[in-house]
Design a protein around this ligand. Structure first.
Ligand SMILES: [Fe+2]
Length: 285
């Protein structure tokens, strides 16, 4: 049996958290190799006419506001199956893939973050008896998640949305909702928050969306260049062989703060590109 939700069932959220629009700043300040994940995708959207008018996907900006919470609503059910695809035999609806990263406040991806998604079916109904269109998964070692589902249907009183709970290990749960750009009801649904808009584009066979979460978790911030920054060629940090000014090639291995890293693409090391903060350049291991 599916639910027949109404807008009255979901009281209005008063969260008014604002977020800096960081896309432009990122484009101006981030070195190209660091434009990974949501940042790269958000920038790519600038060339997409269909997405030109969209707000950029929330992305990590080293001190940016965390992703705002929204109400859970009446249709969450615990104990969803672990799966990254909510597509089942006979599933009707426009296919949608949603991917992105979960970051902390220091812009570092967080692994093993639980993401529990639930949404309406193609007709706007929730499965309150079973677990259709419900599923949880965990981020990989880089903080990446990927959900395969359908575009949820509309139901009275609400604009189109996907519910999600996001929880890093041992941390509080972030409950929120994600929205689709260009939906007429975005203008009339008072729960709607443009900060929570996904980047969505049409692709062969359906739609592709991206969204990056920023959890309110303190991390060592990305170091930035400053008058006191280590000059080129300085000594490696304690517990590490990585050194500013060194030309690294893909496959090179270094240590930083006693953790091993493997170079993913050739570059010359700079302040601010330390392995823990440059996932496009370095992978653990
Ligand atoms: Fe809902």
């Amino acid at each position: 049996m599916t639910g027949a939700p109404t807008g009255a069932d979901e009281p209005r959220d008063t969260t008014g958290v604002t977020r800096k629009t960081v896309l432009r700043a990122a484009a101006l300040t981030l070195p190209a190799p660091l434009l990974v994940g949501g940042a790269a995708r958000a920038l790519a959207r600038a060339d997409d006419p269909a997405g030109a008018a969209l707000s950029p996907t929330p992305m990590c900006d080293d001190g940016d506001d965390p992703t705002p919470p929204q109400m859970e609503g009446p249709y969450f059910k615990p104990n969803s199956p672990r799966r990254s695809s909510l597509i089942e035999a006979g599933t009707v609806g426009t296919r949608l893939t949603l991917s992105g990263y979960v970051y902390g406040l220091g812009c570092q991806g967080i692994s093993n973050v639980l993401l529990d998604f639930w949404q309406a079916d193609n007709n706007g109904g929730y499965d309150n008896a079973g677990y259709r269109f419900r599923g949880h998964q965990f981020t990989d070692t880089t903080g990446l998640f990927r959900l395969t589902t359908i575009v949820p249907g509309l139901y009275p009183g609400r604009t189109r949305h996907i519910h999600v709970k996001v929880q890093a290990p041992g941390r509080p749960v972030l409950t929120t909702q994600l929205y689709f750009p260009g939906e007429p009801r975005n203008n009339t649904d008072s729960l709607f928050n443009p900060v929570l808009l996904m980047n969505v584009r049409s692709v062969s066979g359906g739609q592709e969306a991206t969204f990056d979460f920023v959890l309110n978790i303190q991390q060592a911030p990305n170091p930035t260049a400053s008058p006191t920054a280590s000059p080129t060629g300085s000594a490696p940090p304690p517990g590490g062989t990585w050194a500013v000014g060194t030309a690294y090639r893909a496959g090179d291995r270094v240590t930083y703060a006693n953790v091993g890293y493997r170079c993913l693409q050739a570059h010359t090391a700079q302040v601010g590109w330390e392995p823990p903060t440059a996932p496009a350049l370095w992978a653990r291991g």
